[in-house]
Design a protein around this ligand. Structure first.
Ligand code: DGL
Length: 267
């Protein structure tokens, strides 16, 4: 098998939302080398057509594969929902999307058997979440809601702000006294809005897929015996397709990720 435990892990997103996944992977797998790509030139993906999302996914997968990555983490729900098969076909590495880890965590939590999923338009229109949930447990009631204003709020840095609470109220306020007891953050940008969402729905359990997906990464590496055995702290290399300085600033301010060096990759 060509895959070596020493190879890096590739993580990608349309922008900085994937850093919420990067952060969790880094925390539990400190010895792994990681290559992160954020497509800051073409973000947001959530309002784009499925055919374009698939083209972007293939290009990025081929780019990450050029580093001989052992695993690709599709840290973007929009790509996971619409182009996971494209990613799998374009690489020999293990591939993890965001849908499965979030769904499994939510199914373990819900007792009312009612789950809300929020995501971008492209994720919600794909019904990837409801299909996956129903496949595991057809009796679950799923409500999928597109929240297209959330990504620009995060990208602009309005993460715990009056305006993000107002927008959360508009999208989710009607569920305050409902039987839905679990909400999946079906977009890697949304964990950064968790506090605002919690203010609107204080009693709902919020599933942050970035945490569950990081555990899935660890699990697959362990099961396939490709976890990095080095005792050195792994490196992180960051690539974006536009505005690197802005990415560095927002990464630190919003996700607490400190980036010293960044590279540009355009397709
Ligand atoms: N982070 C992406 C996701 O998880 C959404 C951002 C975008 O629309 O590009 O779906």
């Amino acid at each position: 098998m060509w895959i070596s435990y020493k190879s890096p892990i590739g993580i990608f997103d349309s922008g900085l939302g994937g850093l919420t996944v990067y952060r969790e992977v880094r925390k539990i797998l400190p010895h792994e080398d990681i290559i992160y790509f954020g497509d800051t030139l073409r973000v947001p993906y959530g309002n784009k057509s499925v055919s374009n999302i698939r083209i972007f996914a293939k290009q990025i997968t081929e780019f990450l594969s050029s580093f001989k990555v052992k695993m690709i983490v599709v840290a973007c729900n929009t790509v996971s929902a619409n182009a996971l098969e494209v990613v799998k076909k374009s690489t020999n590495a293990y591939v993890i999307g965001m849908i499965e880890p979030g769904v499994r965590a939510a199914l373990n939590i819900t007792s009312s058997k009612r789950i809300i999923v929020i995501g971008t338009r492209a994720t919600i229109n794909s019904h990837a979440y409801s299909k996956f949930i129903k496949r595991i447990n057809p009796s679950i009631i799923v409500k999928e809601i597109a929240c297209p204003l959330f990504v620009p709020l995060v990208e602009e840095g309005f993460i715990n702000d009056k305006i993000s609470i107002m927008v959360s109220e508009k999208y989710l306020g009607r569920f305050r006294n409902s039987k839905f007891d679990t909400l999946i953050l079906g977009c890697t940008h949304y964990p950064l809005l968790k506090d605002s969402i919690k203010k609107v729905l204080p009693s709902i359990e919020i599933v942050d897929s970035s945490v569950s997906s990081a555990y899935m990464v660890k699990d697959i590496l362990e099961k396939n015996n490709i976890i990095n055995k080095s005792s050195k702290i792994g490196y992180s290399k960051f690539f974006v397709s536009d505005r690197p300085q802005n990415f560095i600033e927002l990464s630190y301010r919003l996700a607490g990720v400190k980036i010293c060096k960044i590279n540009i990759k355009r397709f």
